[in-house]
Design a protein around this ligand. Structure first.
Ligand code: FE2
Ligand code: FE2
Length: 396
């Protein structure tokens, strides 16, 4: 290649290289010594000599979570055209327009792109004011959770090792940011007051954000994401809320993240089993119970039994925790039996004529697509399989 090389002072260049060499050795020695003395060494867990984060490439994790999340990245402009988002590329917009031209008039009408006004009218036509308020009360509980999911996943970025795991967690940060901002517009479209966080959500989410190291994986990816997943699952079949299927799909990938990660960087037996860690995990989850009691009224307005809902969440949380290695104070069947007794005792007190029921086998997800995804995550049991969080081909 014909480039005009410029003259330089060779001596100055040699001196600059030498100075850099000396400073480099001094800086790295200082940080190594400080690190060994526990005074805080290099801040970044980055291995620039290998051009890799500490922990190695971990391409498996990258493919399973980062590549898949990018492949399934959904845009609000396409799936919720009534929002203010303009996030489609020129090419994506052209493909969408071409696909619409090829549709029959009936299909076109069925898939009409609703503007903000039409969407609000659809919600007004479909739901009573009380139903709208119930939906907002429930959705905002998870909307506040999305804010914390965004923060917690961003802090997890510092805690996970390997380039692949950092890439995977980065996609979670991006998806949580999207969930938060899109959910705010969805909730705003209902035009009813948006409640603050309840005390129970406040305690639950602050507890998760304060958790140490990868215990945040338990608090967020296992516990809070399962609650989110269950709320999306219970509501995604309702008119105007179809976009929750996409949230649900993302959350299902997030619940599988700890199990994928621990395959390569397992927790020690002590981290899994220490009595202190087990009881901390149970304590972190406890605000969920009064939260569900608080939501009982709103869930009832929508035809969802709060204890069926709570039972299905607990079943999923307890199994996911055990599978990822976050052991709880007692084995899963025993924990579930105890909670079931507690729920039945409460119902006996508050519901006339209540008969003992097994709430732990209940499922409140009504949507077929949601049920398929949950079957793979919770029943098939392979939380790290390639298919978890995948859209069926026709939809993808
Ligand atoms: Fe989320
Ligand atoms: Fe999530």
């Amino acid at each position: 290649m014909d480039l005009t090389e410029l003259p330089i002072n060779a001596r100055a260049a040699r001196i600059n290289r030498r100075v850099e060499h000396l400073v480099n050795r001094a800086v790295r020695l200082r940080d190594r010594v400080r690190g060994r003395l526990g005074l805080g060494g290099r801040a970044a867990d980055y291995d620039d000599e290998r051009y890799e984060f500490v922990g190695g490439p971990n391409d498996e994790m990258r493919k399973r979570h980062y590549d898949k999340s990018l492949r399934l990245l959904w845009k609000a402009e396409q799936h919720a055209p009534w929002t203010t988002f303009r996030d489609l590329t020129e090419a994506e917009r052209a493909v969408r327009d071409m696909a619409e031209q090829a549709m029959s008039p009936a299909d076109k009408q069925a898939r009409a792109r609703l503007g903000s006004r039409e969407f609000r009218e659809l919600l007004d036509r479909t739901y009573t004011p009380r139903q709208k308020q119930a939906l907002v009360n429930i959705l905002s509980a998870i909307g506040h959770g999305e804010a914390y999911a965004w923060l917690v996943s961003a802090t997890n970025l510092r805690d996970v090792r390997s380039s692949g795991a950092k890439a995977a967690v980065t996609m979670q940060v991006l998806e949580e940011a999207k969930h938060f901002v899109v959910m705010r517009e969805l909730i705003g479209a209902f035009d009813v007051p948006v409640p603050r966080q309840s005390a129970w959500e406040y305690l639950l989410l602050e507890g998760v954000l304060r958790a140490r190291g990868l215990e945040k994986f338990y608090g967020m990816n296992v516990l809070v994401e399962t609650i989110a997943l269950s709320i999306f699952g219970a509501l995604a079949h309702l008119p105007g809320l179809e976009i929750l299927r996409l949230f649900h799909l993302d959350e299902s990938r997030h619940t599988a993240l700890p199990q994928s990660y621990f395959k390569d960087f397992p927790m020690s037996k002590w981290q899994q089993r220490s009595p202190l860690a087990r009881s901390r995990r149970l304590r972190m989850a406890l605000p969920t119970l009064p939260l569900i009691l608080l939501l009982e009224e709103d869930l009832a307005v929508l035809g969802v039994d709060a204890f069926d809902f709570a039972g299905s969440i607990l079943r999923k949380v307890v199994h996911l925790s055990e599978r990822a290695g976050f052991l709880l104070p007692r084995p899963a069947p025993e924990m579930l039996a105890r909670f079931n007794k507690l729920f039945n005792a409460y119902c006996k007190l508050t519901r006339p004529g209540h008969q003992f029921r097994d709430f732990m086998t209940a499922d409140t997800s009504r949507d077929a697509e949601v049920a398929r995804v949950e079957h793979e995550v919770f029943v098939v049991g392979d939380g790290v399989s390639e298919r978890v969080g995948e859209r069926p081909r026709a939809q993808a």
